[in-house]
Design a binder for this molecule. Sequence first.
Ligand SMILES: C[S@@+](CC[C@H](N)C(=O)[O-])C[C@H]1O[C@@H](n2cnc3c(N)ncnc32)[C@H](O)[C@@H]1O
Length: 248
Amino acid sequence: MEPADFYTGIVAESYAPLKSFSPDPETYAALVHETGPPALELGCGDGDPLLALRRRGLDVEGVDSSADMLARCRRRADEAGITVTLHHQRMEALDLPRRFRAIFLAGPTFNLLPDDSAATAALQGIRRHLVDGGSALIPLHIPSPGLTDRIGEVRTAIADDGAELRFSLVSEERNETLRTQTSLLRYERHTQDASTVVERPWLLHWYTPSGFEALAAAAGLTTVSVTDADGNAAKSDADFTVFRLQRR
Ligand SMILES: C[S@@+](CC[C@H](N)C(=O)[O-])C[C@H]1O[C@@H](n2cnc3c(N)ncnc32)[C@H](O)[C@@H]1O
Protein backbone atom coordinates (compact mmCIF):
# COMPACT_ATOMS: atom_id res chain seq x y z
CA MET A 1 0.00 0.00 0.00
CA GLU A 2 1.26 3.47 -0.95
CA PRO A 3 1.53 5.97 1.96
CA ALA A 4 -1.03 8.21 0.19
CA ASP A 5 -3.59 5.36 0.46
CA PHE A 6 -3.26 4.90 4.21
CA TYR A 7 -6.53 6.76 4.99
CA THR A 8 -8.84 4.35 3.17
CA GLY A 9 -11.30 1.62 4.21
CA ILE A 10 -11.35 0.95 7.95
CA VAL A 11 -8.89 3.83 8.59
CA ALA A 12 -11.24 6.33 6.91
CA GLU A 13 -14.17 4.90 8.85
CA SER A 14 -12.25 5.16 12.12
CA TYR A 15 -10.80 8.63 11.47
CA ALA A 16 -13.60 10.86 12.77
CA PRO A 17 -14.69 8.66 15.72
CA LEU A 18 -11.08 8.22 16.92
CA LYS A 19 -9.68 11.65 16.23
CA SER A 20 -8.47 13.61 19.23
CA PHE A 21 -7.76 16.96 17.54
CA SER A 22 -9.56 19.22 15.06
CA PRO A 23 -7.74 22.12 13.40
CA ASP A 24 -9.00 25.58 14.37
CA PRO A 25 -10.65 27.11 11.24
CA GLU A 26 -9.78 30.62 12.49
CA THR A 27 -6.11 30.31 11.48
CA TYR A 28 -7.04 29.39 7.91
CA ALA A 29 -9.89 31.91 7.64
CA ALA A 30 -7.39 34.60 8.68
CA LEU A 31 -4.96 33.40 5.99
CA VAL A 32 -7.63 33.55 3.26
CA HIS A 33 -8.79 36.99 4.44
CA GLU A 34 -5.18 38.18 4.28
CA THR A 35 -4.25 36.74 0.87
CA GLY A 36 -7.70 36.97 -0.68
CA PRO A 37 -9.43 34.01 -2.35
CA PRO A 38 -9.32 31.53 -3.90
CA ALA A 39 -7.59 29.06 -1.57
CA LEU A 40 -6.87 25.35 -1.60
CA GLU A 41 -6.57 22.89 1.29
CA LEU A 42 -4.30 19.90 0.65
CA GLY A 43 -5.18 16.73 2.59
CA CYS A 44 -8.65 18.04 3.42
CA GLY A 45 -9.80 14.57 4.43
CA ASP A 46 -13.36 14.47 5.71
CA GLY A 47 -13.60 18.25 5.83
CA ASP A 48 -11.91 19.90 8.81
CA PRO A 49 -11.42 22.86 8.51
CA LEU A 50 -12.56 23.01 4.85
CA LEU A 51 -16.29 22.79 5.59
CA ALA A 52 -16.12 25.43 8.32
CA LEU A 53 -14.42 27.77 5.83
CA ARG A 54 -17.04 27.04 3.17
CA ARG A 55 -19.76 27.69 5.79
CA ARG A 56 -18.27 31.18 6.14
CA GLY A 57 -18.62 31.62 2.38
CA LEU A 58 -14.87 31.51 1.68
CA ASP A 59 -13.80 30.29 -1.77
CA VAL A 60 -11.70 27.28 -0.69
CA GLU A 61 -11.39 23.97 -2.54
CA GLY A 62 -10.06 20.67 -1.21
CA VAL A 63 -7.65 17.99 -2.42
CA ASP A 64 -7.17 14.55 -0.93
CA SER A 65 -5.65 11.25 -2.08
CA SER A 66 -8.35 9.14 -0.39
CA ALA A 67 -11.67 8.68 -2.19
CA ASP A 68 -13.08 7.29 1.07
CA MET A 69 -12.20 10.43 3.04
CA LEU A 70 -13.60 12.62 0.24
CA ALA A 71 -16.86 10.62 0.22
CA ARG A 72 -17.20 11.38 3.95
CA CYS A 73 -16.45 15.04 3.30
CA ARG A 74 -19.12 15.17 0.56
CA ARG A 75 -21.67 13.49 2.84
CA ARG A 76 -20.98 15.97 5.66
CA ALA A 77 -21.24 18.89 3.21
CA ASP A 78 -24.57 17.58 1.86
CA GLU A 79 -25.94 17.08 5.39
CA ALA A 80 -24.97 20.66 6.28
CA GLY A 81 -26.24 22.11 2.96
CA ILE A 82 -22.77 23.35 2.01
CA THR A 83 -21.39 23.25 -1.55
CA VAL A 84 -17.77 22.26 -1.86
CA THR A 85 -15.34 21.52 -4.71
CA LEU A 86 -13.20 18.46 -4.02
CA HIS A 87 -10.40 16.92 -6.07
CA HIS A 88 -9.22 13.33 -5.75
CA GLN A 89 -5.49 13.82 -6.29
CA ARG A 90 -2.16 13.33 -4.58
CA MET A 91 -0.50 16.54 -3.51
CA GLU A 92 2.75 15.36 -5.13
CA ALA A 93 0.95 15.11 -8.52
CA LEU A 94 -1.23 18.19 -8.32
CA ASP A 95 -2.98 19.09 -11.57
CA LEU A 96 -5.87 21.52 -11.20
CA PRO A 97 -7.39 23.96 -13.69
CA ARG A 98 -7.15 26.94 -11.31
CA ARG A 99 -4.46 28.90 -9.50
CA PHE A 100 -4.82 30.03 -5.90
CA ARG A 101 -3.78 32.93 -3.70
CA ALA A 102 -3.27 30.57 -0.76
CA ILE A 103 -2.55 26.85 -0.47
CA PHE A 104 -2.46 25.31 2.99
CA LEU A 105 -2.36 22.09 4.96
CA ALA A 106 -4.27 22.18 8.23
CA GLY A 107 -1.91 19.91 10.16
CA PRO A 108 1.35 18.09 9.54
CA THR A 109 -0.05 16.03 6.64
CA PHE A 110 3.00 17.03 4.58
CA ASN A 111 4.99 14.64 6.81
CA LEU A 112 3.04 11.76 5.21
CA LEU A 113 5.03 12.26 1.99
CA PRO A 114 7.55 9.43 2.26
CA ASP A 115 10.77 11.12 1.10
CA ASP A 116 12.42 14.32 -0.12
CA SER A 117 11.63 13.55 -3.74
CA ALA A 118 7.87 13.34 -3.06
CA ALA A 119 8.19 16.53 -0.99
CA THR A 120 9.94 18.28 -3.88
CA ALA A 121 7.21 17.19 -6.31
CA ALA A 122 4.56 18.51 -3.90
CA LEU A 123 6.38 21.83 -3.42
CA GLN A 124 6.74 22.23 -7.20
CA GLY A 125 3.02 21.48 -7.60
CA ILE A 126 2.17 24.03 -4.92
CA ARG A 127 4.26 26.64 -6.74
CA ARG A 128 2.58 25.86 -10.09
CA HIS A 129 -0.85 26.30 -8.51
CA LEU A 130 -0.10 29.61 -6.77
CA VAL A 131 -0.57 32.98 -8.42
CA ASP A 132 2.56 35.16 -8.48
CA GLY A 133 3.20 36.27 -4.90
CA GLY A 134 0.73 33.64 -3.59
CA SER A 135 1.29 32.06 -0.15
CA ALA A 136 1.56 28.53 1.17
CA LEU A 137 1.21 27.43 4.80
CA ILE A 138 2.83 24.10 5.63
CA PRO A 139 2.83 22.75 9.21
CA LEU A 140 5.62 20.23 9.89
CA HIS A 141 6.25 17.89 12.76
CA ILE A 142 9.26 15.96 13.99
CA PRO A 143 7.78 12.83 15.59
CA SER A 144 9.11 11.90 19.04
CA PRO A 145 10.86 8.58 19.27
CA GLY A 146 10.00 6.06 21.93
CA LEU A 147 6.24 5.80 21.88
CA THR A 148 7.00 2.11 22.27
CA ASP A 149 5.70 2.21 25.86
CA ARG A 150 2.29 2.72 24.23
CA ILE A 151 2.47 -0.55 22.30
CA GLY A 152 -0.66 -2.55 22.93
CA GLU A 153 -2.56 0.39 24.52
CA VAL A 154 -6.05 0.36 22.95
CA ARG A 155 -8.30 3.34 22.13
CA THR A 156 -11.91 2.59 21.37
CA ALA A 157 -14.80 4.43 19.73
CA ILE A 158 -18.21 3.65 18.29
CA ALA A 159 -18.78 3.74 14.51
CA ASP A 160 -21.81 5.35 12.84
CA ASP A 161 -23.54 1.93 12.69
CA GLY A 162 -22.79 1.05 16.32
CA ALA A 163 -19.77 -1.20 15.66
CA GLU A 164 -16.90 -1.05 18.17
CA LEU A 165 -13.72 0.45 16.68
CA ARG A 166 -10.36 -0.27 18.30
CA PHE A 167 -6.99 1.29 17.54
CA SER A 168 -3.53 0.37 18.82
CA LEU A 169 0.19 0.68 18.10
CA VAL A 170 1.87 -2.63 17.24
CA SER A 171 5.47 -1.53 16.63
CA GLU A 172 7.60 1.47 15.74
CA GLU A 173 10.79 1.81 13.69
CA ARG A 174 12.85 4.94 13.27
CA ASN A 175 15.55 5.73 10.73
CA GLU A 176 17.47 8.91 11.60
CA THR A 177 19.35 8.85 8.27
CA LEU A 178 16.24 8.71 6.10
CA ARG A 179 14.34 10.84 8.66
CA THR A 180 11.46 8.38 8.77
CA GLN A 181 9.42 6.78 11.52
CA THR A 182 7.13 3.89 10.63
CA SER A 183 4.49 2.82 13.11
CA LEU A 184 2.57 -0.35 12.50
CA LEU A 185 -1.00 0.52 13.49
CA ARG A 186 -3.81 -1.94 14.14
CA TYR A 187 -7.42 -0.98 13.39
CA GLU A 188 -10.24 -3.27 14.48
CA ARG A 189 -14.00 -3.24 13.90
CA HIS A 190 -16.22 -5.55 15.90
CA THR A 191 -19.94 -6.25 15.76
CA GLN A 192 -21.80 -9.23 17.21
CA ASP A 193 -21.64 -10.92 13.79
CA ALA A 194 -18.26 -9.98 12.35
CA SER A 195 -14.77 -8.76 13.16
CA THR A 196 -12.23 -7.06 10.94
CA VAL A 197 -8.61 -6.55 11.99
CA VAL A 198 -6.24 -4.61 9.72
CA GLU A 199 -2.60 -3.67 10.35
CA ARG A 200 -1.07 -0.85 8.31
CA PRO A 201 2.33 0.88 8.34
CA TRP A 202 2.03 4.63 8.97
CA LEU A 203 5.11 6.40 7.71
CA LEU A 204 6.19 9.86 8.80
CA HIS A 205 9.09 11.63 7.09
CA TRP A 206 10.53 14.71 8.74
CA TYR A 207 12.84 17.62 7.86
CA THR A 208 15.30 19.88 9.59
CA PRO A 209 14.16 23.53 9.32
CA SER A 210 17.13 24.41 7.09
CA GLY A 211 16.59 21.27 5.01
CA PHE A 212 12.96 22.16 4.37
CA GLU A 213 13.82 25.76 3.56
CA ALA A 214 16.33 24.48 0.97
CA LEU A 215 13.76 22.12 -0.60
CA ALA A 216 11.23 24.96 -0.81
CA ALA A 217 13.81 27.34 -2.32
CA ALA A 218 14.77 24.75 -4.96
CA ALA A 219 11.06 24.54 -5.88
CA GLY A 220 10.84 28.34 -6.29
CA LEU A 221 9.23 29.10 -2.93
CA THR A 222 10.75 31.63 -0.52
CA THR A 223 10.43 31.05 3.24
CA VAL A 224 8.75 34.12 4.73
CA SER A 225 8.46 32.86 8.32
CA VAL A 226 8.84 29.76 10.47
CA THR A 227 6.58 29.88 13.51
CA ASP A 228 5.52 27.63 16.38
CA ALA A 229 2.00 26.56 17.33
CA ASP A 230 1.35 29.98 18.94
CA GLY A 231 2.52 31.95 15.91
CA ASN A 232 5.83 33.02 17.53
CA ALA A 233 9.19 32.61 15.77
CA ALA A 234 10.07 28.93 16.12
CA LYS A 235 13.11 27.91 18.19
CA SER A 236 15.75 25.97 16.24
CA ASP A 237 14.92 22.73 18.11
CA ALA A 238 11.10 23.07 17.82
CA ASP A 239 9.37 19.78 17.00
CA PHE A 240 6.36 21.57 15.44
CA THR A 241 6.77 24.42 12.98
CA VAL A 242 4.62 26.22 10.45
CA PHE A 243 6.39 27.31 7.26
CA ARG A 244 4.92 30.29 5.45
CA LEU A 245 6.18 30.24 1.87
CA GLN A 246 5.72 32.63 -1.04
CA ARG A 247 5.89 32.02 -4.76
CA ARG A 248 8.64 34.07 -6.34
C1 LIG B 1 -4.55 13.42 9.21
S1 LIG B 1 -5.71 13.51 7.88
C2 LIG B 1 -6.23 15.20 8.02
C3 LIG B 1 -7.64 15.42 7.53
C4 LIG B 1 -8.29 16.75 7.88
N1 LIG B 1 -7.57 17.91 7.33
C5 LIG B 1 -8.44 16.91 9.37
O1 LIG B 1 -7.62 17.57 10.00
O2 LIG B 1 -9.37 16.31 9.93
C6 LIG B 1 -4.64 13.53 6.52
C7 LIG B 1 -5.34 13.50 5.16
O3 LIG B 1 -4.34 13.68 4.16
C8 LIG B 1 -4.62 12.80 3.09
N2 LIG B 1 -3.36 12.52 2.40
C9 LIG B 1 -2.34 11.72 2.81
N3 LIG B 1 -1.37 11.69 1.89
C10 LIG B 1 -1.78 12.51 0.87
C11 LIG B 1 -1.20 12.90 -0.38
N4 LIG B 1 -0.02 12.44 -0.75
N5 LIG B 1 -1.90 13.76 -1.16
C12 LIG B 1 -3.12 14.22 -0.78
N6 LIG B 1 -3.71 13.89 0.39
C13 LIG B 1 -3.05 13.05 1.20
C14 LIG B 1 -5.24 11.58 3.72
O4 LIG B 1 -5.99 10.83 2.80
C15 LIG B 1 -6.04 12.19 4.86
O5 LIG B 1 -7.36 12.44 4.47
